[in-house]
Design a protein around this ligand. Structure first.
Ligand code: PLP
Length: 408
């Protein structure tokens, strides 16, 4: 977003004008950012076949997913419902990965019927597939136990993690593969969001290659994601160009040794969409207490929970008063619960009615929203091809009551 003559613009649109038209709270997505990020990954990796699968739990609006399909990438799903949405968006099953955790065999069964590539993360699921669906190709999600991740809740590779099949259980996996004639066509790892550097990736990759040497029919190796993006100016973020170079080199070496060009899969969520999204809210009140100046806005943890859930930092600026005198605020929501978006944050002077804009609101924002306090979920607007498109309406009272039965 750029400041031009006192107005913030995005893709040539006056954002204040979009806000007057669509009202707040509002999610706004700039699709050119997504396309740019896909291009960066494609350029960074130099391998025979790169398969980018967008982790759609980050942003699941079907219009965005349809664009991803047109741009030639696949999806990574974590639930049967995400598989159904992927199908509705027009993805063929061969472009859908399914990497669930702690789901029952009923859901595994449905995923097999849908014909998608499953990455199994539980020994008993392997046994189930071997017994009931011999011949079905499966990927195995390995937990390499590499410590990574920016926040305890985002780190999934450590020893206490519930994700994946432990690398220490590999001998048991191999015994099952042999006994049940399992067709293992891929190995997978996802060591958690917010990995800081390519050194950690490389370390985990080497562990995965070691495991891969024990399987003879692999078609792909999936390095998951964990690519970190910057949420503030001085944040550390993953250098994907360096990551691409480092990983491509060790991957190509491995393929040469393996005797076959495998496909390299990635499952970026945040990297593709975080910076494409903005969240716009209106200031309801400026409330001065003995110790603090609160800016209370027309949203809360019901619409954007990352600051409360992960202590995530989202940059916030005053869209209505960009040149106002900088002052210190606690920016809080209207939910009856402590829902602080930002503590002691310097923002250009905020007046009641001012529109505040949150950056990095494309990933894990709308998808983690709820109806807590019986509030409606926001609208979503996408800027694409020089036009603004309303891609999800704001909810109404009917949405809140829709599945509640009328009792007589
Ligand atoms: C959530 C998830 C991702 C995406 O992680 P990001 O940090 O958003 O890139 C990738 N793979 C799996 C299996 C996931 O669960």
């Amino acid at each position: 977003m750029e400041l031009q003559n006192g107005h913030y613009t995005l893709q040539g649109f006056d954002v204040g004008e979009l806000v007057s038209r669509y009202q707040t709270p509002l999610y706004l997505y700039d699709t050119s950012v997504i396309q740019h990020q896909i291009g960066r990954l494609q350029k960074a990796f130099d391998v025979p076949e790169l398969g980018i699968h967008f982790a759609c739990k980050a942003l699941n609006n079907i219009h965005i997913l349809k664009l991803m399909k047109d741009w030639g990438i696949g999806l990574d799903t974590v639930s049967i419902q995400e598989i159904w949405i992927a199908k509705r968006a027009g993805f063929p099953p061969e472009r859908i990965l399914y990497t669930p955790n702690c789901v029952g065999t009923d859901e595994i069964e449905m995923a097999i019927q849908e014909g998608v590539q499953i990455n199994v993360d539980h020994i008993e699921t392997l046994e189930y597939i071997g017994h009931h669906h011999p011949g079905t190709k499966v990927g195995i999600r390995i937990n390499p136990h590499v410590m990574a991740g920016g926040h305890e809740k985002l780190s999934v590779g450590h020893i206490d993690s519930k994700f994946g099949i432990s690398i220490y259980q590999l001998p048991l996996v191999l015994r099952l593969v042999d006994a049940l004639k399992l067709r293992v066509n891929g190995l997978h790892m996802h060591t958690g969001s917010d990995i800081l550097d390519s050194g950690v990736f490389r370390l985990a990759a080497e562990i995965l290659f070691d495991a891969a040497r024990k399987f003879s029919d692999l078609e792909f190796i999936d390095f998951g994601s964990g690519i970190k993006v910057a949420y503030k100016a001085d944040d550390v973020y993953t250098d994907v160009e360096e990551l691409g170079q480092v990983l491509s080199e060790s991957f190509n070496n491995f393929c040469r040794e393996y005797g076959k060009p495998l496909k390299l899969y990635l499952e970026p969520g945040k990297f593709l969409v975080s910076e494409a999204g903005y969240f716009l809210v209106r200031t309801n009140v400026i409330k001065q207490t003995p110790s603090t100046v609160f800016a209370g806005v027309d949203s809360g943890l019901n619409h954007l929970i990352r600051p409360m859930f992960y202590d995530a930092y989202h940059h916030i600026f005053n869209l209505s008063h960009p040149l106002g005198k900088p002052r210190v605020y606690n920016i809080v929501g209207y939910i009856c619960e402590t829902d602080t978006f930002a503590n002691n944050r310097v923002v250009a002077e905020i007046r009641p009615g001012d529109i505040l804009c949150f950056k990095n609101a494309g990933a894990y924002c709308y998808t983690m929203s709820s109806n807590y306090n019986s509030r409606f979920r926001p609208a979503e607007v996408m800027l694409h091809g020089g036009r603004d498109h309303l891609i999800r309406e704001r909810e109404t009272l009917e949405d809140l009551l829709r599945h509640q039965q009328e009792l007589i």
